[in-house]
Design a protein around this ligand. Structure first.
Ligand SMILES: [Zn+2]
Length: 186
């Protein structure tokens, strides 16, 4: 599975897609929603907390269960809508939908990058069948601990890859804007 860094970057990428952000400094205007999206993208891994041990544990028996299901993503979307309604008196269903998408991105990424058997019951509570993709990329943390030498390079790779993807996406939206501007001038 990707580390919280990889999941967090996915949250930022989805925000860029939501607002078609073109420049780095434009990203700063959305800092509040970036914090929300990054938090939501990482949140399903709350199940790594093992109450029996009273700490986070990579081998937690609760890991990859219902917080990694699509209905959980839907539930979080509804919670965001309700919190927003209470805080600002408006029904922001779009934000709810994007929040569901961000939480789902965690599940999808874990499906592709986790090699843990038997898979994840992503359709809970409707089906407890553990889903495992026929194709997935071998990628896992060094199980000896979180702050190991091997993990350091994986974190570094995620950071480099994450920033590169952000730069590419910003470039894409900025080029698209320029093209449409040229199109209207003709
Ligand atoms: Zn996860």
């Amino acid at each position: 599975m990707p580390s919280p860094i990889g999941h967090g970057f996915t949250g930022v990428l989805l925000l860029i897609i939501r607002y078609r952000v073109e420049q780095w400094r434009q990203l700063l205007c959305h800092w509040r929603q970036i914090c929300l999206f990054v938090f939501l993208a990482i949140f399903p891994d709350v199940d790594l907390f093992n109450p029996q041990l009273g700490r986070f544990d990579l081998d937690s028996p609760f890991h990859h269960q219902w917080t990694h299901s699509f209905s959980f993503a839907l539930l979080i979307g509804l919670v965001v809508v309700l919190v927003r309604r209470i805080a600002s008196n408006q029904w922001d269903w779009r934000l709810g939908g994007w929040s569901t998408l961000v939480v789902s991105s965690h599940t999808v990424l874990d499906l592709f990058f986790s090699n843990k058997l038997p898979g994840m019951p992503v359709f809970l509570p409707f089906s407890s069948y553990p889903v495992m993709l026929p194709v997935h990329f071998y990628y896992f943390w060094d199980e000896e601990g979180i702050f190991t030498y091997a993990n350091f390079f994986k974190f570094l790779a995620e950071i480099v890859f994450g920033f590169a993807l952000i730069a590419l996406l910003l470039q894409y939206y900025s080029r698209r804007r320029t093209k449409s501007r040229v199109g209207t001038m003709r």
